[in-house]
Design a protein around this ligand. Structure first.
Ligand SMILES: Cc1cc2nc3c(=O)[nH]c(=O)nc-3n(C[C@H](O)[C@H](O)[C@H](O)COP(=O)(O)O)c2cc1C
Length: 160
């Protein structure tokens, strides 16, 4: 699709420890760019904190370990300026390998309620559990980029 000014500017801010959230961020970025959005992808661990006032839509990607959503992701969601934006949140989680809905309810809904957010969407996707000493090549990858791709296509329609 040709560049579409109506599609708007999108920030994809993410924080990852194992890399899955970064992979998912890149998938979402690629699809939104293909649909005419101006996308900036920012790793919250690096560089300056992004100025969210510059964007029309804000997407936050985070992971979870030991039943705790990553602190950088939580701090990002506390920002008052988010209240004026279309907000989308996604999570990479081990629980979501079996049950994405359970992971969403368990990890994301409490944050949405605690910070009084009104996201357009918040979703959990399957992450990867490290296998100490195991041979990953023999196992099926639990991450599900195809699921994220499909979601991102739907999302790009909702953001326009
Ligand atoms: C030490 C450790 C603890 C974890 N704890 C949880 C957990 O409490 N709940 C969960 O759903 N997934 C858990 N996971 C799985 C992670 O959510 C999964 O690795 C996901 O891919 C993390 O996102 P990231 O790769 O972007 O860091 C854990 C993973 C590790 C390595």
């Amino acid at each position: 699709m040709a560049s579409n000014e109506r599609a708007g500017r999108v920030l994809i801010a993410y924080t990852t420890k194992g890399g899955v959230t970064e992979e998912y961020s890149s998938i979402v970025a690629g699809i939104l760019i293909a649909n005419g959005f101006q996308v900036e992808q920012v790793d919250l661990k690096r560089g300056k904190k992004p100025d969210i006032t510059k964007y029309d839509h804000v997407i936050l990607g985070t992971g979870v370990r030991m039943f705790r959503v990553y602190g950088r992701g939580k701090r990002f969601l506390k920002q008052k300026a988010l209240k004026n934006k279309t907000l989308v949140i996604f999570l990479s989680s081990g629980i979501a390998i079996e049950d994405p809905e359970q992971a969403r309810e368990r990890f994301l809904r409490p944050l949405v309620e605690k910070y009084g957010l009104e996201p357009l969407e918040y979703r959990a996707f399957p992450g990867r559990m490290p296998e100490p000493g195991g041979n990953k090549d023999e196992k099926k990858d639990t991450a599900d980029p195809e699921m994220v791709r499909k979601w991102a296509v739907e999302l790009s329609g909702k953001l326009e």
